[in-house]
Design a protein around this ligand. Structure first.
Ligand SMILES: Cc1cc2nc3c(=O)[nH]c(=O)nc-3n(C[C@H](O)[C@H](O)[C@H](O)COP(=O)(O)O)c2cc1C
Ligand code: SF4
Ligand code: SF4
Length: 433
């Protein structure tokens, strides 16, 4: 059976599935039950400085969007960092780590952006037995207004400065958690690396308003008639997170910087995708909040079976495997030609593909007598829209044309790899000179 053991920055855990810093990791009761369920590690709910505890709203703190089957697709929250006393958290962390020495225990931190505050909190956590710290530069609401969270994470110079303090005052591995609420994720990652970070984790939540009540005209979640932007997470954010992970993994400046992948991980397959794009492990929040801690058992068995099928002996064989296949648009093969093909046996004759292609794509689907839908190869540009709107999985597939065949749409013979950089229509290409 495949070995799922994960070694992230020298922190070993029985599997690469960690719970992200959030309500699931808020207290001893939760974390013990999470470890019993099988989670490989946790990042404890973010701790702040000693002082009066943080105050959360007492009305709804979550908003959501759902698919047609009411499955939760995106979750939005206006929760702050832990609202429990610092010492209570520290005592609990110490006890839990002692009882589960084989699990990863990371402490998430967010304190004011001054050297003394960071020195002090790092001193306070020293004897908890924790395996590492994660710097929460991500929370988009509540804390940013106080000069913390994403207020720091949006300024690379601050990220570097705080990371340097952390490396100066602590020997623990330091993971910098990045906010996606910026234009180019590589800049904060580079700053973290310059500051001496051992790894980055991403993404934290995305600024969002999930909905507006059109009777009361208040954004949801509504607190006494008012709403505010919250942090968006769950399956809907996965594509954004995957891209950001890949950007860091393939950038010459940050290549090789260990990554903990976060954002919408719900199944073992999601985890494999994050790891293939360069993450060494994954962190999960919304899936645990939606389905409970035991969801990790499906992740473990699914990953194990996948690795056995692929003949992967360790998770290291997955990490970064897809990174060489992520490229810029101008390097894509413009001589790769496909055509949509409809499986008549699978087709339920709903006509969605026809409507989509006829109205908004290339009028490449014919509706024949008896609602028989067929693709006109001489019109099909292979956009993939019909595949994406068809309600029957694998009913429409894209079929590659072999080299040497003639594309009936363009009349051109399918040739070897060639990209935009050398295309005759490119004014900058050598061929155009
Ligand atoms: C209710 C809630 C509270 C959160 N609190 C924190 C926090 O205290 N510290 C932190 O770093 N991230 C926090 N997060 C963000 C998660 O750790 C994670 O980055 C994000 O939810 C994306 O992962 P997911 O799609 O698996 O939920 C919170 C998320 C939620 C939903
Ligand atoms: S791939 Fe695009 S152009 Fe071709 S049939 Fe489908 S929708 Fe039409
Ligand atoms: S969308 Fe799919 S199922 Fe519906 S008509 Fe087209 S091919 Fe058939």
């Amino acid at each position: 059976m495949a070995d799922l053991t994960s070694n992230f920055l020298g922190i070993r855990s029985p599997n690469p599935f960690w719970l992200a810093s959030a309500p699931p990791t808020d207290k001893e009761y939760n974390v013990r039950r999470a470890f019993e369920a099988g989670w490989g590690g946790v990042v404890w709910k973010t701790l702040g400085s000693e002082g009066p505890p943080v105050v959360n709203v007492s009305g709804p703190r979550y908003g959501a969007i759902w698919g047609a089957d009411r499955r939760l697709l995106g979750l939005n929250n206006i929760e702050l960092i832990t609202d429990r006393p610092l010492q209570t958290n520290l005592d609990e962390i110490r006890r839990v780590k002692k009882d589960y020495p084989d699990r990863a225990m990371i402490i998430s931190l967010m304190v004011p952006c001054d050297e003394e505050s960071w020195k002090d909190i790092l001193h306070r956590i020293e004897d908890t037995g924790a395996d590492g710290v994660e710097l929460n530069f991500g929370c988009p609401h509540g804390m940013a207004e106080r000069g913390m969270g994403s207020a720091v994470g949006q300024v690379p110079e601050y990220i570097q400065m705080v990371t340097e303090w952390v490396k100066m005052y602590s020997k623990l591995p330091c993971i910098v958690k990045l906010t996606p609420n910026i234009t180019d994720i590589r800049r904060p990652a580079e700053a973290a690396k310059r500051g001496g970070a051992d790894a980055v984790s991403l993404i934290n939540t995305i600024n969002s308003i999930t909905s507006v009540n059109i009777d009361s005209f208040s954004p949801e979640p509504m607190i006494d008639g008012k709403g505010t932007h919250g942090g968006y997470c769950g399956p809907a954010v996965k594509p954004i997170a995957l891209n950001m992970v890949a950007e860091i993994a393939r950038s010459p400046e940050t290549r090789g910087l260990p990554i903990s992948g976060i954002g919408g991980v719900t199944t073992w397959r999601d985890a494999v995708e994050f790891m293939a794009l360069g993450a060494s492990n994954v962190q999960v929040c919304t899936a645990a909040m939606t389905y409970g801690f035991k969801i990790v058992q499906e992740m473990i068995s699914g990953l194990s079976q996948y690795m056995d099928e692929k003949g992967f002996a360790s998770v290291d064989e997955i990490i970064g495997r897809a990174v060489p296949n992520v490229t810029d648009w101008q390097y894509l093969n413009l001589n790769y030609v496909t055509k949509a093909h409809i499986d008549q046996d699978a087709c339920i004759k709903c006509g969605r593909c026809y409507a989509a292609c006829e109205d908004t794509s290339h009028q490449a689907i014919d509706m024949g007598p008896g609602r028989v839908f067929t693709v006109k190869d001489d019109e099909c540009v292979a956009c993939n829209l019909c595949v994406n709107v068809c309600p029957v999985e694998n009913c429409i597939t894209m079929v590659e044309m072999p080299k040497g065949a003639t594309d009936p749409r363009t009349g051109r013979v399918v040739a070897d790899y060639a990209n935009w950089t050398s295309h005759p229509n490119n004014p900058m290409s050598k061929a155009a000179e």
